[in-house]
Design a protein around this ligand. Sequence first.
Ligand SMILES: C[S@@+](CC[C@H](N)C(=O)[O-])C[C@H]1O[C@@H](n2cnc3c(N)ncnc32)[C@H](O)[C@@H]1O
Length: 399
Amino acid sequence: MSADDVRRAEALRAALTRRLVAEGSIRDERVAAAFGTVPRHLFVPHAPLDRAYADDVVLMKRNEAGVAISSVSQPSIVALMLGQAGVRPGDRVLEIGSGGYNAALLRELTGPAGAVTTVDIDPEVTDRARELLTTAGYGDVRVVRADGEFGVPEDAPYDRIVVTVTAWDVPPAWIDQLRPGGRIVVPLRLRGQTRSIGFDRVGDHLESRSATICGFVCMQGAGANYERLVPIAGDHVFVSFDEDQEIEAHPYDGLLQQPHLQAWSGMVMNREEPLADLNLWLAATLPGFCILGADRSVQAVAPTPRWGAAAAVTADSVAYVTSCPARRRPASFVELGVQGHGPDAGELMARLIDQLRWWDAHHRHGPGPSFQLWPAGGDVPAGFRIARRHGCLVVSWAE
Ligand SMILES: C[S@@+](CC[C@H](N)C(=O)[O-])C[C@H]1O[C@@H](n2cnc3c(N)ncnc32)[C@H](O)[C@@H]1O
């Protein structure tokens, strides 16, 4: 690298750090200092400097089907998660999912008195991470090739665990290897959305302290899991369910060819307002909840959010959330409504509209949902319970 490139990398790094602070992704001086120090370009050697310092994910590997399976994560998400983790000098940290960059940031945050172990299931990733960490001056990060589902017991206990791959559950090893009072930050997939949840270990269970919507590649190995997709209009429109959801009778392919009904809720929002908390509320309160996803080219579906629409189904009917431009409001405002097909559509739509209005009146401007994760088999408190393979997630909303 020429001296000019080194100066350019420094300037780009400083600019990225300033931007992340200005946008609120970095809220902690120590995280800002780490971002200002770690040379991200050394961890994405194939990317030009301006790509290396853009607030963007850098893809490292796809599987045979073309699906992304490894990347160096987007700086703003990395920053938010480091904020959630609250790593202190001297902490022992486990990172699950390696790339090198985040491990180097963690090493800056732990300082010389702490330690960082990073684990990845893919030997190509661990070989590269080891080499790049050494080149960047972080050769004392321990890089382990293993299935992160089981943690890295030989370096436990940890004060912090930072999971950088989408998980469906918190396996027992992660809780066991976390010190009492320690914190785990994990992107959890729930009902079609991924939230990075910062949980503290409180006795034998976890309690959330923060949550932010994010996106990551999916976990492989023993913890792998996928949403079940049920087509309802050829290959172009489907509804998806989580593993724990009972699907009593599959909605059938052809549902959308039935005549539709539409109703409007009176609930107006800016198009940019996130729908994730609303969708989780609908998931908690509506039987038959699922996510309807559609190819943009499909005319049969009313406008739906990019990531899919909250929906409810029975064996022969579906209703889903849609939107239209709000009357007498600026162009960026929409009114939420519902569209339905099939004999039960009217009833499904009425329930959806009731819950949209309830959330609008009672929770839209509140603190948002909080989460607890309890080991299977014990007493689990009241709330919206989502049974996972190893434990039970309880979602609740402050009244
Ligand atoms: C988004 S990348 C990690 C990004 C990285 N932390 C960084 O510094 O930007 C996710 C990684 O998780 C890894 N992964 C997937 N399943 C895993 C598992 N069961 N155990 C450990 N690593 C896993 C993938 O191989 C991939 O490299």
